[in-house]
Design a protein around this ligand. Sequence first.
Ligand code: IPE
Ligand code: IPE
Ligand code: MG
Length: 248
Amino acid sequence: MKPYAQASNSGKNEPEQGMPRHVAMIMDGNGRWAKKRGLPRTLGHRAGMERMKGIIRLTSDLGIEALSLYAFSTENWKRPEEEIGALFGLLIEYFHREIDELHQNRVCIRAIGETSLFPENVRDAINSAMQKTKENTGLKLNVGLNYGAQDELLRATKAIARDVQQGKLTLEGITAQVLDDRLDTHGLPPVDFLIRTGGDRRLSNFLLYQAAYAELEFVNDYWPDFSNERYLETLRDFQSRNRRFGGL
Ligand code: IPE
Ligand code: IPE
Ligand code: MG
């Protein structure tokens, strides 16, 4: 079990001034990375999983509060069954193999998305990782699994409507906080910095509400090629940006 960077006395890695509190990543380009090498797409996903571990470790070492990774979208069910099966296999492997190291480093894992639609073995792996790490006070690691922002907002809307119908909530009682509390990301700060690898410039249904004022970064590297150095460069770029949030 490898400890991440030495934490300070507070038991947490202190972030540098001006760092984002919440980073989101659309980990795109695994398939094209593999194709370029004449390999099957699934080997691209395996390489992507390896890179994901390094990015999680660095994010934790930097003392960033939250990291949200898009692993499987509500639209990814359109892919061939074989590829979906391979992705599920990798997820199970990841949660089994990495859980001890993540736990040791105080990472708190949360699945965002409608995971009830996954096969039981995938759900078991996710649930036991969440259960084991739920009290951890280090990096808040959110993994988008059957996640789609439109679906998340629909589920939140239904939950609120149900509460109104049952008399637990009035119409006037529906505040921004109430909506926030019903989102999969409840309790987390909004996304400050959203990075997409793979060269496409779109959000593909990831955290549309939470990223309202996020700074965006589109990187041409395919996900398995997205190096720690490149990530650090994008963070430096983030630190130099002037965020106005509608003010002057
Ligand atoms: C991202 O890589 C990973 C998932 C969507 C699961 P892709 O599989 O989309 O790779 P490309 O975009 O086809 O290269
Ligand atoms: C976004 O990538 C989803 C994930 C990275 C999990 P996609 O490859 O599915 O997105 P599109 O289809 O190019 O928009
Ligand atoms: Mg893609």
